[in-house]
Write a protein that binds this ligand. Structure first.
Ligand code: MG
Length: 227
């Protein structure tokens, strides 16, 4: 069984470091201020958010601008984390990630809208060990979140030689986008209401398991192993 953890709202909350880094990177690269106040970040892919900000100033987000902006974004976030800690783990999420990593029948990985470098920065800042996750699938590896589970399936195959049935993949996330990408790919999904979406909103999207938090590690492990 492959368990794919979303990052923001599921494993941790990084209190605005992403938005601040996006603004500062934009200022550094284009010497312009962007308005992030209406940016809907929950469950979205970072490149879509970057594109939206560039649209504000009619700057095409493609080619070298993509690389230059992403590099600037990573540098700004690394700098922010040098100054202080921004992230905190969600209730039970550290224990959950460690337990999945340590269980011989489970493989743990991340599936997130973040780009790779900032994923590991946020996780480290919140107290997660890099080696609790066998691999990651990131926001720049698909056009939409729906594209990401198949990337995870192939990456798992590269590492193990075995191509998993999608029914042997469980996504754990905090938004309707996580539920949608799991259902679209034939994967199971645990929705956890520690992020921006309410319990009722998540329920409306019919996850296979709905939780208020990841605090009951044993309940989640039992559910995973019974599938
Ligand atoms: Mg999330």
């Amino acid at each position: 069984m492959l368990v794919l953890f979303d990052i923001d709202g599921t494993l941790l909350r990084a209190r605005g470091v992403g938005v601040q880094s996006m603004e500062r990177a934009f200022k550094r690269l284009h010497d312009l201020q962007v308005d992030t106040s209406l940016l809907d970040t929950g469950g979205r892919l970072d490149p879509h958010l970057f594109n939206e900000l560039h649209d504000q100033h009619d700057i095409p987000f493609r080619g070298e601008t993509v690389t230059a902006y992403q590099d600037a974004y990573v540098r700004e976030m690394a700098r922010a984390f040098e100054d202080r800690s921004w992230s905190h783990a969600m209730p039970g999420s550290i224990e959950m990630a460690r337990a999945v990593h340590e269980h011989p029948e489970l493989v743990s990985a991340v599936l997130t809208g973040n780009i790779e470098a900032t994923s590991w920065l946020k996780l480290k800042d919140a107290g997660f060990e890099r080696d609790w996750f066998e691999f990651g699938v990131f926001g720049d590896e698909g056009q939409t979140r729906r594209d990401l589970p198949v990337v995870a399936r192939l990456r798992h195959q590269e590492q193990t030689g075995a191509l998993l049935d999608p029914g042997r993949i469980v996504i754990i996330g905090d938004t309707p986008h996580d539920i949608d990408c799991a259902h679209h790919s034939g994967c199971s999904v645990i929705a956890v209401a520690t992020g921006s979406a309410s319990l009722q909103t998540l329920r409306d999207h019919q996850p296979d398991l709905l939780l208020e938090s990841l605090e009951d590690t044993q309940q989640v492990l039992d559910w995973l192993l019974a599938r």
